[in-house]
Design a protein around this ligand. Structure first.
Ligand SMILES: [Fe+2]
Length: 259
């Protein structure tokens, strides 16, 4: 059962990356200051499979609120590791990681199994849920990359992206994107300033976030700071004491990048 899920998702991902023009994707990514958006990256049946798992973990989401900066719900990698084999197989799919690596121009690796943010869900489900302008700062020794996959978007909420904010030779450009189901966004976390506009009454938006790094080592202070930031801003203090289940770890290296 689990093996068939893995194979199905991996086949879908192979198909998804195979139909895209990689040279064009690389060019667009670099022209946009290490940012790429792909509409309809995954087909609806795959998104539906992911959403089945999302509904199974919805009761375990942690609501968070940082005044003036963010409000929303999150589900960590540790929980997805127990209940979301299809989503995890997407995170770890070798063809996906190799495709992202070609776009980034560097061999990407999975985050360590101790990172609750490695593969996680963001829920925007209550009025006012949003996140202010920020970078996905890397606390790793290597560069950190974020991939966002839209899973559900019944909202007027938008992902705002500011390109070239750290490149003084270029004019800053702002994009406004909807994260439709199956759409993909990929960027260098230290390069792209981004935000999500507030949700309105009766709306819902759910996004899968995937993190990859070029070097998964992290200093002790950076680990402490990153853990505290994740606990307060995303997954709650209990996440500090949770770990990925041995069963999930057992299959975790199947999808490690080969490059
Ligand atoms: Fe972010």
């Amino acid at each position: 059962m689990v093996k068939s899920v893995l194979d199905t998702v991996e086949n879908e991902v192979s198909h998804a990356v195979g139909r895209l023009n990689i040279e064009q994707a690389v060019q667009t990514y670099h022209e946009q200051g290490e940012f790429l958006a792909v509409d309809q990256f995954l087909a609806q049946p795959v998104v539906d499979r992911f959403m089945t798992e999302v509904e199974q973990v919805r009761t375990q989401l942690n609501r968070n609120y940082i005044p003036t900066h963010k409000k929303g719900g999150s589900v960590s990698y540790f929980i997805l590791g127990q209940a979301a084999p299809a989503i995890l197989s997407f995170y770890r799919a070798p063809d996906f990681i190799n495709w992202l690596s070609r776009i980034a121009g560097a061999p990407l690796l999975l985050c360590p199994d101790s990172d609750p943010h490695a593969c996680a869900l963001y829920f925007y489900t209550e009025p006012g849920d949003h996140i202010g302008w920020h970078y996905d700062t890397s606390y790793y020794k290597g560069t950190r990359y974020t991939a966002l996959l839209g899973l559900r978007d019944r909202s007027t909420s938008r992902l705002l992206c500011r390109l070239h904010t750290k490149d003084h030779s270029r004019e800053t450009k702002e994009l406004t994107l909807s994260t439709d189901p199956g759409s993909l966004v990929f960027f260098n976390g230290d390069k792209l300033q981004h935000a999500v506009t507030p949700l309105r009454e009766g709306e819902e938006r759910i996004v899968l976030t995937l993190q990859y790094v070029t070097d998964p080592r992290m200093g002790a202070f950076q680990r402490w700071f990153s853990n505290m930031k994740d606990a307060v801003g995303y997954f709650g203090l209990p996440a500090l004491f949770r770990h990925l289940s041995p069963k999930a770890i057992g299959s975790s290296r199947r999808g490690q990048a080969s490059s």
